[in-house]
Design a protein around this ligand. Structure first.
Ligand code: SAH
Length: 263
């Protein structure tokens, strides 16, 4: 076989491969998967166990509750995923982990632009520290709460990447127009009916005046972001402020266009 272009390929290492594709098998991601616009492979970590009982975990060194995934079994699973011949090379190796750096849209954009990650899903109390170091795993968190396993976190990460792949959502979710790309939350959306329980659609949205609509949306997005996410707002202020203490620059052209019509 000669060089066929490699599609974006997610490989998930899990004790529960039956959880995949799960929700990624429906709607836009599922259609794109069926069309071969991206690929998903769930590999059972247990296949890399070597003992008679196919054990993958053991009690924590130093004592304490629960079980820990073994370094040797997990390393073998990662190595086997790495050498699969028809897969892209030099793929990011991620470990879903509450200790990781919280996932952001900018990291999602990077991951979607690459060959597709190998994702390790922890279970029980987590995984042996030595395999994280020995295999250079990048720990990625879904947020400051604890899930029972990495699978749901992996599904979320893959979903966020897949919707950015060419052809999956068309132009709707591309590049600079995307949520968070300019550090703002989404402005409010409206559709029919024009009057819902006495609440009309804001008149300006029906005006047909694109410049005024854009200005209104920007103002709404800014107000929401200020109120709900002071962290995002502060980061945006720091970015748009030209020098140390100059006035904040918000040009009308900086609005965040609407993008999400995911099914
Ligand atoms: N004892 C660990 C939690 C283990 S939870 C601790 O206190 O840090 C079991 C597995 O679920 C983890 O290994 C990880 O893969 C996954 N997980 C739990 N919470 C997560 C989160 N917020 N983000 C990503 N993965 C998470």
């Amino acid at each position: 076989m000669t060089s066929t272009p490699k599609i974006w390929h997610a490989t998930v290492l899990t004790l529960f491969p039956e959880m995949f594709p799960g929700p990624l098998g429906v709607s836009l991601a599922g259609k794109a998967l069926a069309l071969g616009l991206w690929a998903l492979e769930a590999r059972d970590i247990r296949d890399s166990a070597t003992d008679r009982h196919r054990s993958v975990d053991d009690t924590p060194a130093g004592g304490g509750p629960g079980m820990v995934l073994r370094a040797d079994v997990l390393a073998a699973a990662i190595d086997a995923a790495d050498v699969s011949s028809d897969r892209p090379k030099d793929r990011p190796r991620l470990l879903m982990s509450p200790r990781g750096r919280p996932l952001t849209q900018s990291r999602v954009v990077e991951l979607a632009a690459g060959p597709g990650p190998i994702i390790v899903c922890g279970r029980f109390e987590g995984i042996d520290q030595r395999v994280i170091e020995a295999r250079g795993l990048e720990e990625v968190s879904l947020g400051d709460y604890v899930l029972s396993g990495g699978e749901i976190a992996a599904l979320a990460l893959i979903d966020a990447c897949v919707r950015l792949l060419p052809g999956v959502m068309g132009k709707l979710a591309s590049g600079a127009d995307e949520s968070f790309s300019d550090g703002l939350l989404e402005y409010p959306q409206y559709t029919r009916p024009q009057d819902f329980e006495g609440r009309p659609i804001p008149e300006i949205l029906l005006s047909g005046d694109h410049a005024r609509v854009a200005a209104w949306r920007l103002a709404e997005a800014e107000a929401l972001t200020k109120a709900r996410r002071p962290d995002l707002w502060a980061a945006r202020q720091a970015q748009t402020r030209p020098a140390q203490t100059g006035p904040v620059q918000t040009r009308p052209g900086q609005k965040r266009p609407k993008n999400t019509t995911d099914g």
